[in-house]
Design a protein around this ligand. Sequence first.
Ligand code: ADP
Length: 396
Amino acid sequence: MNILVINCGSSSLKYQLINSESEEVLAKGLCERIGLEGSLITHQAAGKEKVKIETPMQNHTLAIKQVISALTDAEHGVIASLDEIGAVGHRVVHGGEKFSTSVIIDDEVMKAIEECNDLAPLHNPANLIGINSCREIMPNVPMVAVFDTAFHQTMPKKAYLYGLPYEYYEKYKVRRYGFHGTSHDYVSARAAELLGKKREDLKIIVCHLGNGASVSAVDHGKCIDTSMGLTPLEGLIMGTRSGDIDPAICDFICQKENITPAQMNNILNKKSGVYGMTGISSDFRDIENAAYAGDEKAIAALDAFHYKVAKYIGAYAAAMNGVDAIAFTAGVGENNKVGRSEIANYLGYLGTSMDEEKNNVRGEDRIISKDGSKVAMLCVPTNEELAIARQTLALL
Ligand code: ADP
């Protein structure tokens, strides 16, 4: 069966068509500037050149129509007609406390996703629009929602409750949810596979280090803690997000700079992280280049980033009373051997040491710690689209 995987943002839409038997990506692409001037679809069929087509896409329904026409195009297409799409898997960012697994989408599920809009106002409404558009165009094709938060729903109360008046949890569901769940699930399962063991027998720490970054503790197959919180702002220092700070800083800066809490929130999400710390870029490659050239702020930002990851690893080793494997994934985690090595330098006390030769790897599944290392370290490229396709198939 061919499964169309959709990741819909407010003005963009990423897609992949995956054959569920071979797990081959038949085609993938991106619609950009939906609803804006100069909208554009970039489409690539497996083994063929990328094509960019500028075409008006006033809304997401028109964008999906463009995706279907690219997929069925005589020249760039990979299927003859819509009938060859057996199911659609949708990435949905927030499932609140309602969804602890993926689900087949029906009207009730749509309503429940909508009820989580408050918790992810930038993401969930866009995800819903994408689902509605697909349902309109493919009314008879089964659709599945795969939530970023679902994998973390196994966290115990002690991990998800904040030290706040309990009424905020009761009234507004203010608690830790965690994100990147599809990636933490996929990578921890793959790490166990690479080690030739069952995930249910292992204590695994997953470091998803991309533009957005989070760490999770996967204890015998279940997530018991993760660094992102009510929103994806908490935890590690990220590309543009601050991660953990003293909450009193918000009021302090608001008063000093005469700005509103909403403006402060924008600064914490979009103008902080390594970007804010250096004034250079949110891209870790740029920060690394600046650090090599001796830029002191870039050196300090990278040091702070690595240190914070190592602190979370220490915390989660304590939370699980031990750790068997530490897996690095996402843009920085998969590609940056120096970053992995810097983090590993903090971890000798766990009985692990990096094999620098094995660590010389980019975007490949590999054990990167020394043979006989008490705790294994691994590089595991994440593949959220494949994970969504697998979960879609499993539900059908
Ligand atoms: P997201 O999905 O959150 O946007 P990604 O997982 O794609 O993020 O990661 C993007 C980050 O990965 C960027 O900061 C980029 O600099 C970093 N990255 C990608 N490739 C490399 C590389 N070869 N070396 C170092 N960093 C890299």
